[in-house]
Design a protein around this ligand. Structure first.
Ligand code: FAD
Length: 375
């Protein structure tokens, strides 16, 4: 099958889906709510089968070259004094002798963007406003007023997916909050931190900090219990205020990071949740990545799920005789892998995901037949 597809969201999943569908001869349009390429966030992990997908994209060497270079980590107390250090693992990536790749999310997205052909159309600073899913296509109205028709719409627009809200069951049925906020922001690297991670954890509060690949920025992640009621998604001032309040007891260098946070534009506030939906498609509309099956950063597998999901969906769409058959094939193959990875999250666990559980989950899908069809 071939046709014209609209992908909502130019994150890892949307870009990877655009890559595969364009390569298979589809006409691809990406709509991204941000006004331009979105930077920021910490590092994400590419593990197990997802590495095979990246290899099939021809990007494994580039991804290797961009991997984080962290040499270890220190845990600090609230006063900023080191209480433990290790050069065997980091909080964010796990074991440093693993073959898995930790890479900054924006470095990975920039790489995927460069890998796209010029045929892929980008619409920035816009969003789907309404969709009319008909027998012969989907009529899409954009927030900007633009109106277009597509054969298919894919929602790759993240945990707060707009496509999901427009087309699927009530959010209360499918969004399972984990009761934790993860706030991510970038500041200048005012402390000269180099290839090293620092972290702090007491009960449900913690932070992790590491420098960007060029060492110029600090990428800071702060986690704490989600406020009740939840903050409004668009109210960034209120979100920054809550982060500042939760960090007010921290001494050492932290107060200067909070000062810098107040003015940074690279700020991402996420009330962690898992997305569990009985079906990932309705009519000609389908979900992929965090939009359809977010496992949360606690799993460490969100990016791998997005990369693998994009590959499996594109393959199904290209080889099935109609949308319904493609969506069914995508779901049959992906669902057990998604379930295994969502099950990695255990909020009562203090340490990292045990290695044997992660090994099983990251390899929990057999793509040999699909991958050999690519070569
Ligand atoms: C800024 C940012 C920072 C992140 N940092 C981390 C991190 O440090 N650690 C971690 O584990 N995970 C992080 N994540 C999540 C991680 O990227 C995903 O779990 C994983 O890569 C799967 O990605 P995805 O493409 O499915 O979703 P996402 O990465 O969430 O990408 C979704 C894309 O859709 C866009 N979008 C949202 N709404 C609309 C709309 N209405 N119309 C059009 N486009 C829309 C977003 O701007 C974004 O570009 C971050 C996500 C973002 C957006």
């Amino acid at each position: 099958m071939k046709g014209n597809v609209l992908i909502s969201g130019a994150g890892v999943t949307g870009l990877a889906l655009a890559f595969w569908l364009d390569r298979a001869g589809w006409t691809v349009t990406l709509v991204e709510r941000s006004a331009e390429f979105r930077r920021g966030g910490q590092a994400v992990d590419i593990r197990g089968v997802a590495l095979d997908v990246v290899r099939a994209m021809g990007l494994l060497d580039d991804v290797h070259a961009l991997r984080t270079q962290l040499k270890g980590m220190s845990m600090l107390d609230a006063d900023g004094h080191e209480i433990h250090r290790t050069d065997e693992r980091t909080y964010s990536a796990g074991r440093l002798d693993s073959e898995d790749i930790e890479i900054f999310r924006d470095d990975l997205c920039a790489l995927l963007m460069r890998a796209l052909s010029e045929r892929v159309e980008f619409i920035y600073d816009d969003s789907i406003h309404a969709m009319n899913d008909r027998d012969d296509g989907v009529n899409v109205e954009f927030a900007s007023g633009l109106a277009r028709r597509f054969d298919l719409v894919a929602g790759a627009d993240g945990i707060y997916s707009n496509v999901r809200k427009l087309c699927f069951d009530a959010e209360t049925e499918i969004v399972f909050p984990l009761g934790v906020v993860l706030a991510l922001f970038s500041t200048p690297n005012s402390i000269g931190l180099k290839d090293w991670q620092i972290g702090h954890r007491v009960e449900s509060f913690g932070y992790v900090i590491y420098p960007s690949l060029d060492q110029r920025e600090l990428r800071i992640g702060v986690g704490f219990e989600a406020p009740e009621p939840p903050l409004s998604r668009g109210d960034i001032d209120a979100q920054k205020q809550v982060v500042a309040e939760h960090c007010a007891h921290l001494k050492g260098d932290f107060p200067q990071f909070i000062d810098a946070m107040k003015t940074t534009e690279q700020f991402y506030y996420n009330e962690l949740a898992q997305i569990r939906i009985p079906s990932w498609s309705v009519g000609r509309v389908v979900l992929a990545g965090d939009a359809g099956y977010c496992a949360s950063p606690f799993s460490g597998q969100g990016t791998s799920l997005g990369l693998v999901g994009a590959f499996v969906l594109a393959h199904a769409l290209t080889h099935a005789h109609d949308f319904a058959a493609a969506f069914a094939a995508y779901e049959t193959r992906m669902r057990p892998y998604v379930d295994l990875n969502q099950a990695l999250v255990d909020l009562d666990r203090q340490g990292p995901v045990p290695d044997e559980l992660l090994d099983e989950a990251k390899n929990g899908i057999d793509l040999a037949d699909l991958l050999s069809a690519q070569t």
